[in-house]
Design a protein around this ligand. Structure first.
Ligand code: COA
Length: 167
């Protein structure tokens, strides 16, 4: 399995339904425009039996970090850092839920951000957990920011340690 960049001439964005309108609409209406402007990148996992069908997607960009909301140990270590990688959205179509695709997409997103950080360094990856998905991210080692439970982070060092060397 591998993700590819969302391609509006190929992928059926209107069929995608993860059960959350904001995430469906982003894919339909915003993702391609935002990519064209170099604001975000959206990657999709295609259904191999019909590659127009999207199993799931995630969107990557960068985000400012409010150092004051990090644990003291990390505030000290990263005191001159202002931004981190952001998994802005991640969703799986309801027809494909509970089959491990969400986990696979999250690991794929972390791997891409880890690779990017080898070129343009940043120490943290942040996620915006929509609709109570905090537990999903906590399961994979993310920690909530002190000021917002729906915003979580993981250090690049922890991602590197769990994913291993990139080939
Ligand atoms: C959250 C979401 C991405 C999970 O995708 P999925 O393909 O159904 O998840 P997986 O099958 O890979 O599940 C992996 C593990 O996470 C757990 N999990 C799945 N969704 C969860 C949730 N919302 N909260 C907590 N744990 C969750 C599963 O039980 C599974 O655990 P297990 O291995 O111990 O059984 C999917 O339900 C979704 O798209 N939800 C709507 C959008 C959303 O909430 N996105 C995330 C925030 S932007």
């Amino acid at each position: 399995m591998m993700t590819v960049q969302l391609d509006k001439s190929k992928h059926d964005r209107h069929r995608f339904d993860c059960g959350i309108d904001a995430l469906n609409n982003y894919l339909k209406l915003m993702a391609c425009q935002q990519a064209k402007k170099d604001n975000t990148r959206t990657f999709v996992l295609e259904d191999e039996s019909c590659t127009e069908h999207i199993i799931g997607y995630y969107t990557l960009t960068m985000s400012p970090i409010d150092l004051a909301t990090l644990p003291a140990r990390l505030q000290k270590k990263h005191h001159n850092v202002s931004s981190g990688g952001l998994i802005a959205r991640l969703a799986v179509d309801q027809r494909y839920k509970n089959k491990g695709y969400g986990e696979w997409l999250l690991i794929d997103a972390l791997r891409k951000l880890l690779m990017a950080s080898e070129t343009v360094a940043f120490p943290l990856i942040i996620v915006d957990a929509k609709d109570g998905a905090e537990l999903f991210y906590q399961k994979y080692g993310f920690t909530a920011f002190q000021d917002a439970h729906s915003k979580l982070f993981i250090t690049i060092a922890d991602v590197r340690a769990s994913i291993g060397p990139l080939v």
